[in-house]
Design a protein around this ligand. Structure first.
Ligand code: FRU
Length: 512
């Protein structure tokens, strides 16, 4: 009896091992009622950065130096959930191909390494320079794991970011009373010849200035009476931003969690003036950088060679980030975007555009058509079914009220629908597979009034488990994760009436 029990346990264990080793690989065919199991490799994006293993959240220390875009990130190398924070590190020359480098900053006796930034100290104001390269100086939050106290510290590198030393007199900015005091973002203010730090403190932003990155003087607090306050403010960023006529204004990005536009984590922004000490804004409504649920804690690159406001965010949401169905790693970054000020018809907003580097990911054309009939349909294994494509379509809503893009298989789908009467776009992922803790019923809403032309251009960048959707060249953006249980091979565009409305459609493979 004992023997039989023993043999059956061994047998069951072998079957389980066999199954679990199959699960980690490709999506199987959906012929068998689409009852398939998917694994990490099916969900891991190809041209969005993901860590090889372990956990990742916020992008940190994004800086360009000597031909490389550096991306550091909140990282737990031990497990695929949040834990003791390190700064992981990757570099890219083209924002598409990323090379993961050894961990840059480890926790120490002052605590874990929370979010922060890196600046190129060209004038050696910090005195950290020791060789021929300009020192890269990281300004980050030390979080004491015992009492959660958060202070600000420095580390520096004199070898293009390859090795890092912590400053011996850390922390450089103490904290005597605040529970949340973190995520410094520093930039050089030419007019006053000072470094400016914006830092999140509870649900407001504090401004400090310094001549040398070591001695900081408090200047101002901003935000108590404006914007969204449904959660704690995190990861601010302050920068000048230009409109198409070359006029400039100032933008302050502020991530908030919870309390984002569609629940959970989100990023709001303020447009205004900054004189080196004080930021003021006359903005009355809350403006969101991205209406999707999955673009958080994003900031812009420092020292960008063409002076672009080049942005990247963490493509997840604290409401479910630690439960998404990947095992060996968790989370990806958004694709990089450029931010621009648009101020037409009294409407002052930030628009987000895909950077020119997209060409390094784009491959051959799958479909290119103009004035398609009332419906477009493509069933395709290689591109659509492989979960990697770039779609650009121009829809004319003059004669119809609703237009829909549906990406699906026989039993599930993700639907993007624009409703002209409601002036709203929704992204419905309630039937797409993984349920995302039911955040807002898995329906993402984005208010958007069509221009007088009634035209809606939709650009959609899809990379395995992520969708980045840009409306009318970035007037609205929605970034959303989608974890399908079996490949979506069918792409359809239709309307609520039989009228010709698809003016243009182009689908590209993604070569990466
Ligand atoms: C934002 C955040 C930051 C903090 C870091 C910790 O996602 O909460 O405020 O520095 O993550 O990992």
């Amino acid at each position: 009896m004992k023997m039989i029990k023993c043999i059956s346990i061994v047998f069951i264990t072998c079957v389980m091992i066999l199954f679990s080793s199959c699960n980690d690989n490709d999506i199987s065919s959906d012929s068998n009622a689409e009852l398939v199991t998917v694994g990490d490799n099916d969900y891991r994006p190809d041209f969005h950065f993901t860590p090889k293993k372990g956990w990742m959240n916020d992008p940190n220390g994004m800086v360009y130096y000597a031909g490389e875009y550096h991306l550091f990130y909140q990282h737990n190398p031990f497990q695929s959930v949040w834990g003791p924070m390190h700064w992981g590190h990757a570099v890219s020359k083209d924002l598409v191909n990323w090379e993961e480098l050894p961990i840059a900053l480890y926790p120490d006796n002052l605590g874990n390494i929370f979010s922060g930034c890196i600046v190129v100290d060209k004038n050696n104001t910090s005195g950290f320079k020791s060789g021929s390269e300009s020192p890269l100086v990281a300004v980050f939050t030390h979080q004491n794991p015992t009492n959660n106290k958060q202070t600000q510290s420095l580390a520096y590198s004199n070898d293009k970011g390859r090795t890092w030393s912590k400053y011996e007199n850390n922390p450089v900015l103490e904290n005597n009373d605040k529970i949340d005091f973190r995520d410094p973002k520093v930039s050089w203010h030419e007019e006053t010849q000072k470094w400016i730090m914006v830092i999140a403190a509870g649900d407001e932003i504090m401004f400090y200035s310094s001549p040398n990155l070591k001695d900081w003087e408090y200047k101002q607090s901003f935000g108590k009476a404006v914007g969204a306050h449904g959660g704690v403010w995190e990861c601010p960023d302050l920068f000048k931003i230009k409109n198409e006529n070359g006029q400039e204004t100032w933008a302050l990005l502020v991530s908030i969690n919870p309390g984002g536009s569609n629940g959970g984590s989100g990023t709001q922004y303020f447009l205004g003036d900054f004189d080196g000490e004080t930021f003021t804004s006359s903005q009355s409504e809350t403006l969101w950088l991205d209406y999707g649920t999955d673009n958080y804690a994003g900031v812009t690159w420092s020292n960008e060679p063409s002076n672009r406001n080049l942005f990247m965010g963490w493509m997840s949401n604290w409401s479910y980030a630690q439960n998404v169905p990947t095992n060996s790693y968790r989370s990806a970054m958004t694709f990089a975007r450029t931010l621009h000020w648009q101020n037409n018809n009294g409407n002052s907003i930030i628009v987000s555009k895909l950077p020119t580097e997209l060409i390094y990911a784009i491959g051959g054309i799958v479909v290119e058509n103009t004035n398609v009939s009332s419906k477009f349909e493509l069933i395709d294994d290689e591109t659509i079914g492989n979960g990697k494509f770039y779609l650009e379509t121009i829809l004319d809503l003059s004669a119809i009220n609703k237009a829909k893009i549906e990406w699906s298989n026989k039993s599930s789908s993700v639907i993007i629908e624009y409703d002209k009467i409601k002036s709203e776009l929704i992204l419905n992922r309630s039937e797409s597979g993984f349920k995302f803790n039911n955040l807002n019923g898995n329906i993402i809403k984005c208010p958007y009034v069509l221009p007088d032309s009634n035209q809606l251009k939709i650009s959609m960048l899809v990379d395995k488990s992520s969708m980045e959707i840009f409306l009318n060249d970035g007037e609205r953006v929605l970034t959303a994760l989608v974890f399908q249980l079996a490949p979506f091979k069918n792409l359809e565009i239709n309307a609520n009436e039989e009228k010709q409305f698809i003016k243009q459609i182009k689908i590209n493979k993604l070569s990466k």
